[in-house]
Design a protein around this ligand. Structure first.
Ligand SMILES: Cc1cc2nc3c(=O)[nH]c(=O)nc-3n(C[C@H](O)[C@H](O)[C@H](O)COP(=O)(O)OP(=O)(O)OC[C@H]3O[C@@H](n4cnc5c(N)ncnc54)[C@H](O)[C@@H]3O)c2cc1C
Length: 307
């Protein structure tokens, strides 16, 4: 069968585009090297992103998509998805070796509201849930899907493209080939287009020169409670600082904490790439675990939250 479009990448972008194209009557195949549910980073929505999602939903008649754009509607219509409430951005500045401290004028903290109410607020999406759900919606709208295959070739023929992929389940797995009119690289890194079309990879210019170590954790304490216990809580906060994209500022590094309804917290340490070099070979799990503990030990209040 010849498809109107083949999309490589079953992430947020690829699935949503597949869903839209299928609703427009296109015959679409979505291909990915991973299977759902799979881990993905990039969890925190923003007001502009939410508005865009709502516009796409309205424009293409994707009624099931619209609730995904807000905390209130998502909890009501899609309770099976793990999400987190995000009323805005909270920032706390820490000093190494010292518990977090603040002044009455809040010289070391900042709360930036992004929404007026819980119901209309932004949210954090557990990407493993949300990407799997988007894939399911795309398939229900008519997309075909082939997951767990590695793209091994892409060729342009007169009127379109031929994509070749190999099953990853076993060594020397089955090779499959599909043809399409439009080829869409939604791998995030333009992996396929760069590798098989000989395009210049310009992404190096966009890199931020920072690196991060991150994971999903259970049992991370709330910073709002920590502030309360230490007599530092704001008497009338504009929102709970844990219902936020929480930033802990650590000199020239920072840490994010995003809290989800099921008790999972997404935590990541970000610092200049050059500074990670001091932690040895981070390709090795034990080096990553050591680095994590060393960084935590520098900031006692964050250490408290994580233990
Ligand atoms: C540390 C960090 C924090 C971030 N935080 C945020 C945030 O808070 N909010 C936000 O909006 N964004 C955030 N982002 C950005 C966000 O992660 C991305 O913009 C988003 O995930 C892109 O979605 P996507 O669908 O394009 O790609 P992805 O979600 O990366 O999906 C790409 C898919 O392509 C597949 N794939 C890749 N290569 C191949 C191949 N060769 N063959 C077959 N399949 C392939 C992968 O398996 C994957 O499923 C963050 C990014 C990083 C790195």
């Amino acid at each position: 069968m010849r498809y109107d479009a083949i999309i490589v990448g079953s992430g947020f972008a690829g699935n949503l585009l597949g869903w839209i194209l299928a609703e427009c009557g296109w015959r679409v195949l979505i291909v990915d090297r991973e299977e759902h549910p799979r881990f993905a980073i990039g969890e925190s929505s923003t007001p502009l992103g939410d508005m865009l999602l709502e516009r796409l939903a309205d424009h293409y008649g994707l009624t099931a998509l619209k609730p995904l754009a807000r905390w209130g509607t998502c909890r009501q219509a899609l309770p099976q998805l793990r999400v987190g409430k995000k009323r805005g951005f909270s920032y706390f500045q820490h000093l190494p070796g010292k518990p977090f401290a603040d002044t009455p004028a809040h010289d070391h903290s900042l709360m930036v509201a992004a929404s007026a109410s819980d119901a209309s607020s932004d949210l954090h999406w557990m990407r493993s849930d949300v990407d799997a759900w988007l894939y399911q919606q795309a398939c229900q709208a008519g997309c075909a899907g082939r997951l767990g295959v590695e793209v091994i070739n892409l060729q342009r023929d007169g009127a379109g493209w031929t994509l070749t992929a190999q099953d990853r389940a076993e060594q020397g797995g089955e090779i499959e080939q599909w043809e399409c009119r439009e080829f869409i690289d939604a791998t995030g890194s333009s992996d396929v287009a760069v590798r098989y079309l000989g395009l210049n990879d310009a992404s190096e210019r966009l890199l931020t020169r920072t690196g991060c170590l991150f994971g999903h954790f259970r049992g991370v304490a709330g910073f709002a409670d920590w502030l309360e216990e230490h007599g530092l809580a704001d008497a009338s906060p504009i929102f709970n600082p844990d219902d936020a994209a929480q930033h802990h500022l650590l000199g020239n590094a920072w840490m994010w904490m995003l809290r989800f309804v099921d008790g999972t917290t997404s935590v990541g340490f970000v610092q200049p790439t050059s500074q990670w070099g001091t932690f040895g070979d981070l390709a090795c799990k034990s080096a990553r675990m050591d680095a994590w503990q060393i960084l935590l030990a520098r900031y006692p209040s964050i250490y408290d939250l994580m233990h």
